[in-house]
Design a protein around this ligand. Structure first.
Ligand SMILES: [Zn+2]
Length: 186
């Protein structure tokens, strides 16, 4: 769909530009090479629709850049130091944003009587994985800059405003929040 629009615009602009060029060259030859601004201006006036097309295209490019910028800026910034991994006391399977995730956490506080964690720190989240077959989702950007996640095996697809890192942070936050909530309930 997006490619169709792109091809259409390129096609129309190409033909318009070709028409403009050939007309200009014919005029240019008629006036025996005299470079006349008035003459060029009259051609421009004759091709107002070309100007409209150019303006529309320019507007489209600017709007696209603006939207992509806004989406980029709304992401969670990457940390200065990335966790290397290593040993984690707890491992979770999580679900969220339409995907499956794996989370690795360290337990900050244990409930000794029940032998279960009271407070955890999620150190690393892996994913997103497909909900159907646990395959790792492939990420690409759409024309307007949204993030397209697609399973290479079953074709499961989701388009979101958040990149993988932002989603991971969200999932980690949610798991931690769940434990915080548990503590409050006691
Ligand atoms: Zn799948």
């Amino acid at each position: 769909m997006v490619t169709d629009i792109k091809n259409f615009i390129i096609g129309v602009l190409g033909s318009l530009f070709a028409t403009f060029l050939t007309t200009y060259i014919i005029h240019f030859e008629q006036f025996e090479g005299s470079f006349n601004f008035k003459e060029i201006w009259s051609i421009v006036i004759n091709y107002t629709f070309l100007i409209y097309w150019m303006a529309a295209l320019l507007l489209l490019i600017m709007v696209r850049r603006f939207i992509r910028n806004r989406i980029d800026k709304s992401q969670t910034p990457y940390p200065m130091v990335l966790s290397i991994g290593g040993f984690h006391e707890a491992e979770f399977n999580a679900e969220g944003h339409g995907f499956k995730w794996k989370a690795y956490a360290d337990v900050k506080q244990w409930d000794r009587s029940m032998n279960e964690p009271l407070d955890i720190h999620v150190d690393r989240v892996k994913g997103p994985y497909c909900t159907n077959d646990f395959r790792e989702m492939k990420v690409s950007r759409t024309y307007w800059g949204r993030y397209k996640y697609k399973c290479p095996k079953c074709g499961y697809k989701r388009i979101l405003l958040k990149n993988a890192w932002t989603l991971k942070c969200d999932i980690g936050d949610e798991i931690e929040a769940g434990y915080r909530d548990k503590v409050n309930a006691r």
